[in-house]
Design a protein around this ligand. Structure first.
Ligand SMILES: [Zn+2]
Length: 122
């Protein structure tokens, strides 16, 4: 069960359903936060997509999973701002902290997929 956390006191609590592949998911992860006062963040990870990205980028699967988690967490913290820019920036900060050049390269490539308004290019 996810534990609601008052915004600003603690990092968002994640309910991680690792290994669950959701056919409706367009990306490697999805996050849902519904209450504006409390962060109740459910993250679903599409592990086959994450593992595929890790192989393609020759990056560690654990690090790639962490990038997806921090990306989705940022979406929950930023509701109702649904732009991708802050979420990808969170990925970039984590990739740099992990000091993994393959993860940093992955995030830099991800940044090129955003348009000027901060959403995915269509
Ligand atoms: Zn996103």
């Amino acid at each position: 069960m996810p534990i609601p956390v008052r915004r600003g006191l603690l990092p968002v609590v994640l309910l991680v359903l690792a290994g669950v592949a959701m056919p409706a998911c367009a990306g490697p992860g999805t996050a849902t936060a519904t209450d504006p006062e409390m962060v109740d963040c459910a993250v679903v990870l599409n592990m086959p997509l994450i593992q595929q990205a890790a192989r393609e980028w020759q990056a560690p699967a654990g690090g790639m999973t962490a990038l997806v988690l921090v990306h989705e967490q940022e979406h929950c913290l930023r509701v109702p701002d649904d732009r991708e820019t802050p979420a990808v920036a969170a990925e970039q900060r984590l990739a740099k902290k992990l000091r993994n050049p393959r993860l940093v390269a992955f995030v830099e490539a991800t940044l090129t997929r955003l348009d000027a308004s901060g959403y995915w290019k269509s």
